[in-house]
Design a protein around this ligand. Sequence first.
Ligand code: GDP
Ligand code: MG
Length: 439
Amino acid sequence: LSDRLQMFVRRTTGRAALTEKDIDEMMREVRLSLLEADVNFKIVKQFTNNVKEQALGEKILKGLNPGQQVVKVVHDELKRIMGEESVGLVYATSGLTKIMTIGLQGSGKTTAIGKLGLWIRKKDKKNVMFIAADVYRPAAIDQLKTIGKSLGIHVYDEGIKDARVIVKNGLAYAKENNYDVVIIDTAGRLTIDEDMMQELKDVKELAQPNDVLLTVDAMMGQEAANVAKSFHDQIGATGVILTKMDGDTRGGAALSIREISQIPIKFTSNGEKMDTLEAFHPDRMASRILGMGDMLTLIEEVTSNIDEEEAKNMMEKMMSDSYNYLDLQKQFKMIKRMGSISKILGFIPGLGKMKDALSNVDEKQFDIISVIINSMTEEERKYPELIDKSSRRRERIAKGAGVQVADVNRLRESLVQQKQMMKKFANMDENQLERMSKN
Ligand code: GDP
Ligand code: MG
């Protein structure tokens, strides 16, 4: 967020409301910010007009100054345009799931296929195969095969041949060999071209894909939206993978794509390594586009329905010796409600920025842990040492939860680690906390 906007927001502290002139001044900064993120100017204009209207009518929330309130309106509107929730893959209800990728040459299609294959196998535990149907460049086939090999994912190819034939045979092969998911790599050109579109249409007709994912290079900025629209109008896409988000782009393409073609952005691709695919999160993207992480965190804290008192109590409990599985369970419920442990930490001065380190806790992991705690007796939850002492108890709990004993042990370790970590915080003085929050 521009320094001037920050300053402006600070200046509004203590004021009851903003004048229209104030809001206009803020909108000018927001406009610049969006243009800098390479959002299409028409969209920017429409957006700021829209936000201005809302901001004029908005009641000021307790805890926010009028300037922050306007920033919140801006952020919410961005989020709304990009879709409130992240949208996942579409799987066939039975049989083979077919995913087709489309996109310009160089947009990151083949790379994204590799990442997606890994994602599907790892997160959704499905057996994936690729079909090499980008038949114009032998190098393209080799590239996919190299990626497949590195991941241990089978690549169906017939060399250079009609793409339609390869896709047809590849799908038959996948069914015969009981694959759950196939991802089809297709040909792109440097620019949109009739032959390419016809071939893609044919492949789509033939494969009847559950998902048609369009890769778009985020570094293209607003031009990305036009490319997306052409593909969508002619082929029909069900989702976008926004690639090369590891570049220095602020991601304005995400907004333009959504606004112009309406296709949901499902993933972002963030590098050349295979494990750099991420589900698309509209709220994070909104923050990135505006470049105002810090202020938004503040706004979130004020507006989320957190019981601050409860969070503080939990912190104290975590630092005490009697911290047990019941507390852990309560903490999880809180985290579920609040979104992350980072917010709890946010209430301790100086620890707000620790959040990155701690926000990596996997959602699925929560579910496993909940099941394990549910399989404990009330006593065991209260006195963790009962479990520490008895392998019979650990086995019984694992069995009840339908997990491995190793999972139970991991949970025991994490309880211990949390206690240790919290103790460390508790023993730090102000300066140490300050330093820690800075890096
Ligand atoms: P395709 O022609 O659409 O199949 O594109 P490729 O997958 O071959 O990617 C084109 C180039 O962009 C390659 O050099 C990739 O390594 C690179 N690339 C793809 N995705 C990303 C990404 O998310 N980040 C970065 N930095 N490079 C990428
Ligand atoms: Mg390719």
